[in-house]
Design a protein around this ligand. Structure first.
Ligand SMILES: Cc1cc2nc3c(=O)[nH]c(=O)nc-3n(C[C@H](O)[C@H](O)[C@H](O)COP(=O)(O)OP(=O)(O)OC[C@H]3O[C@@H](n4cnc5c(N)ncnc54)[C@H](O)[C@@H]3O)c2cc1C
Length: 477
């Protein structure tokens, strides 16, 4: 017998809650709302095989916990979490919402396990996250599959290949959504809506509005379905925005990655162990400023600011085994000049850059697991740690491009996850969760595992609050 969730939804009825989106935030909202007794319809743009948005590419999340457990090596308390956030955002965050999100994340791993998530035992490795971040066994894909299975068991109705195109709003009050389902225009009516449809990073035209033509050279690390349609509709309908359109999460990824959906395997973690040059064979930033998890998210922007939005990370054979291998093989050469020829860079310029860098390195005790203070002297930009001469062939290079993960321009929300309209009043029955509201908390910068924290926490809040709204409204009528 087909489960209820596999059957076509009944679009003649009025659902309690419509959830737009099919990633982590959407599923957390849908499961929570359904468990609270609501009828829930979830519409996901992607076909079933590609469901799960950016969330299916994830590996871990960060949450507040008082003590270590099977998958975390020690405590991570509110103040440390908050200070980590302050450091990366440089204060560009809404403290009330951010602290609320941190508190609400307390022991969230337990709730996730109750909904099918499996975590792997804490691991050591180059990411230094074993205490703060829990890793999903099987990655984000397994997490999404588990959540969909749980949502179906609970009776959430799910429609794939269903793209919300418009929202019918009367003075900020939601009544229905128009969506495309395999080429046919349909309408879903509901008493409340949760918008969990991600950022707009897959919409190159929108990115170009703030980045200009360089956006053409950006690679989108995740789903091609996050085009920001719901964000645009809400902005046109008078929702208040938060966040800078030029801010977002962008990492340096292998320039040979596909335009969309390359996922985690295209990321490169070699930067701290080598040097990075631009098209003119010049270094442009301190490659060893900090541990890589605290710096990887600035390198997308750094590469985006270089001519032609391209850069090259060079290492020598001493470092080839020090980082997680990329899916693409490195470009190999016996000398720096041969490497320049292979990368189509000016050989003399690259040779000069490497020689100047090598001359600026100082003897020290190199330690990839510590801020080892092996720094350059008398060179700009400096390299603060892990600076060793590039002198042991073969040499290796990886071409880099900006890889956009998600955008921060967002819908403003309150603690109930209600969308705030211009003028400051909340839209009673419109809630938002995940990337679409992440800019409330992430004004700039990023820390590993926090995207999933925001989606899980606000997904649950949106699920709970949408049902609370529906119950109160039904009582009133
Ligand atoms: C390669 C990669 C690795 C990452 N690793 C991590 C990690 O380890 N930890 C971490 O915390 N974060 C990570 N992130 C960031 C993380 O993926 C996001 O912060 C998080 O998944 C956002 O969840 P979401 O539900 O808001 O968006 P998504 O998961 O992107 O879901 C949005 C959903 O909305 C659907 N949709 C879009 N528009 C419409 C529409 N109009 N109608 C219907 N449906 C629509 C999409 O199809 C998609 O299913 C990573 C991202 C990438 C790309």
């Amino acid at each position: 017998m087909k489960s209820e969730a596999c059957m076509a939804p009944d679009l003649s009825r009025v659902y309690d809650v419509l959830v737009v989106g099919g990633g982590n935030a959407a599923l957390c909202a849908a499961m929570t709302a359904r468990e609270a007794g609501a009828s829930v319809l979830l519409i996901e743009s992607a076909p079933r095989e590609f469901r799960g948005g950016n969330s299916r590419h994830t590996r871990n999340l960060r949450y507040f916990h008082d003590s270590g457990n099977r998958h975390l090596t020690g405590p991570y308390l509110e103040d440390e979490f908050w200070n980590d956030l302050l450091l990366v955002t440089k204060g560009q965050t809404n403290e009330e919402l951010a602290r609320y999100a941190i508190r609400e994340s307390k022991n969230i791993g337990l709730w996730m396990e109750q909904h099918g998530c499996r975590f792997q035992p804490a691991m050591r490795g180059t990411l230094h996250l074993a205490r703060t971040n829990a890793f999903f066994l099987g990655g984000g894909k397994a997490l999404m599959n588990a959540y969909y299975a749980c949502a179906e068991r609970l009776g959430v109705e799910i429609l794939y290949e269903a793209t919300a195109e418009d929202l019918d709003l009367r003075e900020g009050f939601f009544t229905s959504a128009a969506f495309d389902h395999r080429g046919a225009r349909r309408t879903a009516r509901a008493r409340a809506v949760v918008l969990a449809s991600g950022g707009y990073q897959a919409n190159l035209e929108w990115l170009k509005q703030s980045w200009g033509p360089p956006a053409e050279n950006f690679i989108i690390r995740g789903t091609p379905y996050d085009k920001g349609r719901m964000l645009r509709v809400m902005l046109d309908q008078g929702a208040q925005t938060v966040g800078d359109p030029r801010q977002g999460h962008a990492v340096a990824i292998d320039a040979r990655a596909p335009k969309f959906d390359g996922g985690i395997v295209t990321r490169l973690d070699c930067v701290p162990f080598g040097i990075v040059v631009n098209r003119d064979a010049r270094r442009f930033y301190d490659e060893g400023e900090e541990f890589w998890p605290k710096r990887y998210a600035i390198w997308g922007r750094l590469v985006a600011q270089q001519p032609d939005q391209v850069a090259y990370c060079l290492i020598d054979s001493k470092s080839i085994d020090l980082f997680m291998p990329s899916v693409f093989s490195p470009i190999e050469a016996g000398s720096i000049r041969d490497m320049a020829a292979r990368l189509k860079l000016d050989p003399a310029a690259l040779d000069d850059t490497v020689q100047a860098f090598n001359a600026a390195t100082r003897p020290g005790s190199f330690d990839p697991a510590a801020l080892d203070g092996c720094a350059t002297e008398g060179i700009e930009p400096a390299k603060s740690h892990w600076a060793r001469p590039l002198d042991t062939p073969p040499f290796y290079a990886y071409p880099l491009r900006p890889g956009i993960t998600f955008t921060y321009l967002s819908l403003t929300v309150n603690r109930r996850a209600q969308v705030i309209m211009q003028g400051g009043a909340p839209a009673e029955n419109i809630f938002a969760a995940g990337e679409i509201m992440s800019g409330n908390i992430l004004g700039q910068g990023y820390m590993a595992g926090f995207g999933m924290t925001i989606g899980t926490v606000f997904g649950r809040i949106a699920g709970k609050e949408s049902v609370r709204y529906v119950v109160e409204r039904l009582k009133r009528s």
